[in-house]
Each structure stands twice: as structure tokens, then as C-alpha cells.
Design a protein around this ligand. Structure first.
Ligand code: ZN
Ligand code: ZN
Length: 252
């Protein structure tokens, strides 16, 4: 936990605090908490997949529960239970096996359903096939309780995220965009110095490049990118130095 705390981001949500908080010390503390979103990243399982625990105003969301081992389950569950906040949603950027290992355990433990784009349902249902392909074990994930719709908003606490459909790595890959905090949780679409693989089921390199250039690059160079694997980066750094993006002519 100490390791994840090092990288924890505390992000002020713009425009949320218009004046000095009034009231008792406790009320002022609560007002300050409401004005922030915190993002705690974890890296779990043999594929080193990032899981993000995001907190705002007493509400928590997990993006990509990649916890696989008993120790990882315990670490994430204890972290959530240690917060003065309630887990509200479990969101998947996509349903490749390395992003869904912890769905069953987390969903059962907190009685919170999982949410995924409709085009990923097949992958989710075939979790065990994916597991045997990669020679790993998987507790079958539950059926999703909701479908993540591109163009809709994900809300919790004081946070509003836009949902972008960014296919190419998988058919129903989505990215969560926080315009207040100027960051995007991009799953396996774009990495620091690399891009998602396109050789898995319904992957497509042209489609992936189109997603990156038409959906992510226009967000702006200052946007932080929190990827599904590896360290965070910025859109500007990737636009100007990622070998897969530099010199690439967008496909019309
Ligand atoms: Zn993936
Ligand atoms: Zn992945």
C-alpha cells in the first residue's frame, strides 16, 4: 500500500470550491474532501495490469479490477474498506482477461455489479476460454449489471466522466475522460511509448489508430493519460514522441 500511496494523485476538481469553506473544522474538512478526486493505482497479476481506485466525495469506483492472487484480492479489498467511502461502481475499460481477474471477488464482496461496453460481453462470457489460452485461472465474472454507453456520462461523488468508444485493441474498448481534472483512463489503447496490441479477437490496427487520432489526441497535449499497463504519461508526450504516433498519417 505504501508503494501505491507514492503514486496517489490528489486532483482538485476545477470550479468545485468557489469560496473558503465555512463551518466547523469537520465541515471544512469534508468540504475540502469533496473538492478533490483521488486516484490510487495498483498493478496486479502476471500481466502487470493497472487497476485504478478513484475516490470523490465519499464514493469509490474501481476501474479494471485486475487483482488475481489472494494477496492482491486482500490488498484491494482492505484498501477499499479502509476508506471512509462506499464502493459504487466497478467499470471495465474492456474485458481482456488481465483486466477482469478480480471481477467475481470484488463484485461478491461489495455486492456491486460490473459495467462494460456491449461489444465486450462476449469476451466477458468467454473469460474461461481466455484463461485457458493464456494458461491462467479465472473465477468466472458475473454478468454485467449495466452497459457502458459511449457518449454517456459516468458519475460518482463530484466526478463526471465522459465515455469515449476507442476500439481497435478490442471491439468495445472505452476511455473515461475527466475534463475537470484533464485526464483520461485509456485502458489498453495508448501506453507511454507504445499502443495496444491488435492481434487478439476483433483487434484492428487501423481502427486503433483511428481511435487514438480522432478521440484521444484532440483532448489536448496537457491531458494526463492513465493507461492499462505501465506508467502514466501525457497526450503531448505521446503525440510528439510515441513511435507509433509520430509521423503516422491519420486514416480518413
Ligand atoms: Zn487488453
Ligand atoms: Zn491489458
Amino acid at each position: 500500500m505504501a508503494e501505491s500511496a507514492l503514486f496517489e494523485s490528489r486532483i482538485r476538481l476545477s470550479g468545485k470550491v468557489k469560496q473558503r469553506p465555512q463551518g466547523t473544522a469537520q465541515q471544512q474538512y469534508e468540504a475540502r474532501q469533496r473538492a478533490f478526486m483521488t486516484i490510487t493505482p495498483f498493478t496486479f497479476n502476471p500481466f502487470s495490469t493497472n487497476c485504478y481506485l478513484v475516490e470523490s466525495a465519499g464514493e469509490l469506483v474501481v476501474v479494471d479490477p485486475s487483482n488475481q492472487s489472494e494477496e492482491e484480492h486482500k490488498r484491494l479489498i482492505e484498501e477499499i474498506e479502509g476508506r471512509e467511502a462506499t464502493l459504487k461502481r466497478i467499470l471495465l475499460t474492456h474485458a481482456h482477461i488481465d483486466h477482469i481477474f478480480g471481477c467475481a471477488r470484488l463484485s461478491d464482496h461489495f455486492n456491486v455489479g460490473i459495467e462494460v461496453h456491449a461489444s465486450e460481453r462476449v469476451l466477458l462470457q468467454r473469460g474461461e476460454v481466455q484463461a485457458s489460452m493464456f494458461g491462467v485461472e479465472l473465477e468466472s465474472p458475473p454478468e454485467p449489471v449495466a452497459t457502458i454507453e459511449p457518449g454517456s456520462s459516468i458519475t460518482f461523488g463530484d466526478v463526471v466522466w465522459d465515455v469515449l468508444h476507442t476500439p481497435g485493441h478490442s471491439p468495445g474498448s472505452v476511455s473515461f475522460v475527466d475534463h475537470d481534472a484533464r485526464l483520461v483512463i485509456a485502458g489498453d489503447v495508448l501506453f507511454a511509448g507504445s499502443i495496444g496490441r491488435t492481434d487478439l479477437w476483433q483487434g484492428s490496427l487501423p481502427v486503433l489508430m483511428e481511435s487514438i487520432f480522432s478521440q484521444l489526441v484532440p483532448l489536448g497535449d496537457d491531458f494526463r493519460v492513465l493507461p492499462g499497463h505501465g506508467p502514466e504519461t501525457t497526450m503531448g508526450r505521446e503525440r510528439t514522441s510515441n513511435p507509433f504516433l509520430v509521423g503516422h498519417a491519420p486514416i480518413g
